[in-house]
Ligand binder design. Sequence first.
Ligand SMILES: N/C(=N\O)NCCC[NH3+]
Ligand SMILES: [Mn+2]
Ligand SMILES: [Mn+2]
Length: 314
Amino acid sequence: HSVGIVGAPFNRGQPRDGVESGPDLIRAAGLLQKLTQQGCAVKDYGNVTCDDVPADEPFGCVKNPRTVGRANEQLSHTVATVKREGKTCVVLGGDHSLAIGSIHGHASVQGQLGVVWVDAHADINTPLTTPTGNIHGQPMSYLIHELHSKVPVVPNFSWIKPCVSARDIVYIGLRDVDLGEHYILKHLGIKMFSITEVDRLGIAKVMEETCDHIFSQVQKPVHLSYDIDALDPTVCPATGTPVVGGLTYREGVYITEHICQTGLLSAVDMVEVNPKCGRTDHEVKSTVNAAVDLILGCFGRVREGSHPSDYCIS
Ligand SMILES: N/C(=N\O)NCCC[NH3+]
Ligand SMILES: [Mn+2]
Ligand SMILES: [Mn+2]
């Protein structure tokens, strides 16, 4: 696997300090070294700049629009560069508003994508349905063709072209969906496996049906957008909006192992690690280590172990 790492220390898509430290914490936990050890060729593209835009007043309810819009435009260009260089792109967050730039940049090079959104939340509020104005709860609304007429032009967002079809999206792990989001999911007929479906079907069947759905018409590159809060807060407490009753560590890793073996993973986001939301060092470490392990699962790490083909014991 040829891998490009991009840091996106975004925090203006939500109100809590600390999430901007995610990229460097995940690097410090040894992600690049571990990817190299498991046979990947890894290039680090550094962190995208995301300086505050002055006088960034709300647009209606939407908070920090100019800062979030500008940062995502930079991220979109960087992700496009990584894809043009033929690598699988890993974006380290930072809050989930980064998915705007990550998916946009990915689609600008690869065209039609399958999007697998692993998250406790749907992050599909429009500027008119958002209950909080936090853009990390809205990224998908700017990207989906079928919602284009429902989304006003937000300052510094006019560069965004919708690039994902509702039929090419699958959600896994939902358990905290806003009223407007639920209406949108049902009205657009977007495929979703809430935690109830994970319990009913088991994660293996969920992944089988996810792939059947996404590849039903045609095979396409996969964009995996992984919010660490999809996992249960007992495993990943250091995150801004924890929700009880989440995925086990094992289910979380199984998702990445299954997507890896399709051979179609083209970009992955790992978002919402926030060290300031961990009460102890152990809680921060548990969250960061899970994020690292999930990414390693995307690039071929298998829990049974492995050995080089030319290995011999005598
Ligand atoms: N973690 C979050 N999204 O994934 N928080 C914002 C969504 C709340 N409706
Ligand atoms: Mn999210
Ligand atoms: Mn979430």
